[in-house]
Design a protein around this ligand. Structure first.
Ligand SMILES: Nc1ncnc2c1ncn2[C@@H]1O[C@H](COP(=O)(O)OP(=O)(O)O)[C@@H](O)[C@H]1O
Ligand SMILES: [Mg+2]
Length: 227
């Protein structure tokens, strides 16, 4: 597997929404850092800004305040990205190449099979070959038996596992997971989180996970508590 030795540094991030005449700050002075192989849990009640924070780190939008930096290696080359300063076009490339995003509501492509969904990031990044190895590496997620199926024939839990496999298939330096166990029973949640954790540690990537699950928060290297 690609080893990336990623380092993520978020400093003083603030997000302000225009609310009629007034400004409403939904995130204020948020900071955290993660070293290679580390897991950061973002916790807080519904509406506290977990998804907003993950989206910014993933290059969907730019914060009004603060900085987001990702340093990592790809194929021996070091890259240092100042995510908050990227142009729209650069952020598209950043999201495609360097981020694995597990959306809260999966966002699987309905016209592609499970296998095509999982391998899509590899195809978009022209990672020729290695697809079988990638599928093998992701076997613990249990998507192998679903390969030929289409997303709308899957249960919520199955879609969740496919979404996780897709985020990991190109072994990105940064994995962002928005409540990835929300649709799973406890046994499945443990299995899936175990796999996610393993992949990120082995790749020396960084995982940021928004969650209500206390067991996940307890296991994380760092907890960012939003309120
Ligand atoms: N596009 C938007 N327009 C207006 N308000 C938004 C928008 N996105 C999020 N919000 C508000 O920002 C706050 C944080 O939302 P969110 O990040 O989704 O929280 P969480 O993921 O913790 O539930 C909420 O008050 C929400 O209503
Ligand atoms: Mg959310």
């Amino acid at each position: 597997m690609r080893r990336t030795t990623a380092v993520l540094a978020v400093e003083g991030v603030g997000v302000c929404l225009r609310d009629g005449e007034a400004n409403r700050w939904i995130l204020h002075d948020i900071g955290f850092a993660a070293r290679p192989g580390e897991v950061v849990a973002v916790c807080g009640p519904s509406g506290s800004g977990k998804s907003t924070l993950l989206n910014l780190v993933g290059g969907f939008g730019i914060p009004e305040e603060g900085s987001i930096r990702l340093d990592f290696k790809t194929g021996g080359e070091r890259e240092a990205l100042r995510v908050h300063e990227l142009t729209e076009a650069e952020r598209v490339r950043y999201r495609r190449q360097h981020v694995g995003f597990i959306f809260q509501f999966f966002n699987l492509l309905p016209t592609l099979t499970v296998e095509e969904n999982v391998l899509l990031p590899r195809r978009l990044n022209k990672l020729g070959g290695g697809s079988e190895q990638a599928l093998e590496r992701l076997a613990p997620l249990g998507v192998g038996d679903l390969r030929e199926r289409f997303p709308d024939s899957l249960s919520g839990g199955e879609q969740q596992r496919v979404a996780i496999a897709r985020a990991l298939s190109h072994a990105p330096p940064l994995v962002l997971a928005d409540e990835p166990t929300g649709n799973l029973d406890a046994a499945n949640a443990d299995r899936v989180v175990e796999c996610l954790w393993d992949q990120v540690r082995h790749a020396r990537a960084v995982l940021v996970i928004a969650t209500h699950n206390e067991r996940i928060a307890e296991r994380a290297d760092r907890v960012v508590a939003l309120r």
